[in-house]
Write a protein that binds this ligand. Structure first.
Ligand SMILES: Nc1nc2[nH]c(O)nc2c(=O)[nH]1
Length: 406
């Protein structure tokens, strides 16, 4: 059994390891058929006194034990990780649903499937890796398993009755710890875009990386290195449907290449900064506005109180956190008001609370939640112009992944 201190030490080692290249691509091993997702969802400090949640792997008994089938259990349970609320809900666009309650994706050079097992636990299976031990550590790191979701949520539930009720329907909506480069490029694609197009763009860029294998009819690739991304022209990106985002990808890749320490190192160093510094650094990159920066900070830079704010999050905030601003038109300047309200209410892990509230607003979840949770879309605009905009936003919720203010 891997002890938590060994785990943390190994993770630290792993985080400073350079990306390795791996050899043979995988054939489509596990139990999966081509399976298109029925969910097509989607789409800012001083009050930090809450204690650090426990490492949920501490008592995990089965990390290195093979499951009876081909799934190795993580031994964490649905309340820590529920895959359909974590993977297809706007944090990453690189994972595919490759079977019932099964998602497949690439972490560094490792191709892995995850499956929600019948007992609620999550099992994993590596299709392609050169080193099972680094693959496992990379997986635990990616899943942010050093943080107990249920422990964080217990605190949220005490301070917020509505959160408490929602949590009972949406348990296991975990925040991932993605590779910063992958996260940056994905969220550049996501700005003012819909899921279908974001996924196509992300697939296009991913396909430039080393091929790792096919699972469930989907091809999987390592994410391309910065120098490979730099070989793509703006014209190629435009032809691939990137629109105006093409110049942002090109500009950002160039900016990363020009960093004296190298783009990857520069991005990795953002994990050591405070939130404001990290967001300011990200915002120096072409195409990165406040919402994109907050998404990258939350989903890849350990900035657990980063709050992505768009019109939808504005609606939630004005309804439940800052009712005194209800009916006010949302402007980017108000982002920090919203972020402060979230941090005030939920503390150090406010971004994890925002994630649950964001997911609860996705059409795929609204369809399942009791109707009393559908209130945030009832906009209370003062002027008729506002009203029209509110109606448009509610309609476009299924399409728009990130805010228009970017
Ligand atoms: N948890 C969140 N995920 C997101 N994805 C996306 O595009 N926006 C958001 C967000 O605000 N929160």
């Amino acid at each position: 059994m891997l002890q938590s201190n060994q785990f943390v030490a190994s993770l630290t080692k792993l985080r400073i390891m350079k990306r390795k290249t791996s050899s043979q691509p995988a054939s489509s091993t596990p139990p999966s058929s081509p399976h298109q997702s029925p969910h097509f969802p989607v789409k800012l400090n001083s009050i930090f006194d809450s204690k650090k949640p426990k490492n949920i792997l501490k008592n995990s008994p089965a990390i290195t034990t093979k499951a009876s089938g081909e799934w190795v259990p993580l031994s964490i349970g649905k309340s820590e990780l529920y895959l359909p609320l974590t993977f297809p809900t706007g944090q990453t666009f690189r994972w595919k649903e490759t079977g019932p309650l099964q998602y497949t994706g690439v972490i560094g050079p490792h191709l892995v499937s995850l499956k929600q097992l019948e007992n609620g636990d999550v099992g994993y299976h590596f299709h392609h890796t050169e080193c099972e031990e680094s693959a496992r550590l990379a997986l635990f790191d990616f899943l942010n398993l050093g943080i107990s979701l249920s422990e964080i949520w217990e605190e949220f539930k005490v301070s917020d009755l509505r959160f408490c009720e929602l949590a009972s329907y949406l348990e296991g909506a975990r925040v991932l710890r993605q590779d910063p480069l992958e996260c940056l490029i994905q969220f550049l694609c996501s700005s003012n875009n819909n899921i279908g197009r974001i996924t196509k763009m992300v697939n296009f860029l991913s396909s430039l990386g080393k091929y790792l294998g096919n699972v469930g009819g989907y091809d999987f690739h390592e994410f391309p290195e910065i120098n490979r991304l730099a070989m793509v022209s703006e014209t190629e990106l435009r032809e691939a449907g990137f629109g105006y985002r093409a110049k942002y990808i090109i500009g950002t890749v160039e900016a990363l290449q020009s960093k004296p320490s190298g783009g990857l190192q520069w991005l990795a160093a953002l994990r050591k900064l405070n939130l404001e510094e990290a967001v300011d650094a990200l915002a120096s990159l072409p195409g990165v506005g406040p919402k994109v920066a907050a998404c990258i900070a939350l989903f890849s830079l350990d900035q657990h109180h980063a709050i992505p704010v768009d019109t939808h999050v504005w609606q939630i905030a004005t309804q439940y956190l800052i009712p005194e601003l209800s009916g006010t038109r949302f402007t980017p300047k108000l982002c920090s008001r919203v972020a402060d309200a979230f941090v005030c209410k939920y503390g150090k892990y406010a971004g994890w609370a925002q994630t649950l509230l964001f997911i609860a607003e996705l059409p795929s979840q609204k369809a399942i939640l009791p109707s009393r949770f559908c209130d945030a879309e009832k906009v209370k605009p003062a002027k008729s112009k506002e009203r029209k905009k509110g109606a448009h936003n509610a309609r476009s919720r299924s399409n728009v992944a990130t805010a228009r203010q970017e």
